[in-house]
Design a protein. Structure first.
Length: 206
């Protein structure tokens, strides 16, 4: 068990208060991101409901999302209270349609690191949307948000999701055994990461 010194805790809270993401993030001519709002709850829940069987295989929150109010409560935790600044969640718009969500998770402004999480509606699969989205979020995170390390965790066996960090040059560091529990079983998680210097070097080579 790690103990956080009170001064460090205060500094961390102050850092979160100063941490500001863009309200909108342009990816390309077809895709843009915007910070999640309460008004997005309806379309998010409708998509989860429509794609429930498809999404629940890999996403632990699906079974806990049974009505629109569940989604509204989740969004409210991001915009008020102690969770402000810990997670920055974006709605993905593709050709002006809702496509899914992507986020900076567990933002650590002391150690300059974060995790990127994402999910995509079934009808939006196979269009390269998430690869382009995650590429933009990595680049923006390193250039504008002072991150030094970005990681992505993927349940073992979720080959489509794992292909994204692989495609973008993230290193598979290892396995977090039994790292996630849902649908009555534990899942091992593959941990991918990239450092700012590695991302910069990859851009100079391309």
């Amino acid at each position: 068990m790690s103990i956080v010194h009170p001064v460090l805790l205060i500094n961390r809270m102050n850092s979160r208060a100063k941490f500001v993401c863009m309200e909108h993030l342009y990816v390309d001519k077809d895709i843009y991101l915007e910070k999640i709002r309460i008004s997005d709850a309806g379309i998010i829940f409708e998509t989860i409901q429509h794609d429930r069987n498809y999404l629940r295989r890999w996403l632990p929150f699906v079974d806990q999302t049974r009505k629109k109010e569940d989604t509204s409560k989740y969004i409210a935790t991001l915009t008020s209270g102690p969770e402000i600044g810990k997670n920055e969640v974006y709605v993905i718009r593709h050709c002006n349609e809702f496509a899914g969500l992507a986020s900076y998770k567990d933002i650590d402004t002391i150690n300059h690191k974060t995790e990127i999480g994402y999910w995509l509606a079934e009808k939006k699969q196979g269009k390269g949307i998430m690869t382009r989205t995650v590429r933009k979020m990595i680049d923006y995170g390193f250039r504008n948000l002072n991150f030094n390390r970005i990681q992505i965790k993927v349940a073992q066996g979720n080959f489509k999701s794992a292909a994204i960090p692989g495609r973008l040059g993230l290193l598979m560091e290892g396995i977090e055994r039994d790292g996630e529990f849902h649908t009555d079983r534990y899942f091992d998680l593959e941990i991918f990461s990239i450092l700012k210097k590695e991302w910069t070097e990859s851009l100079t080579r391309s």
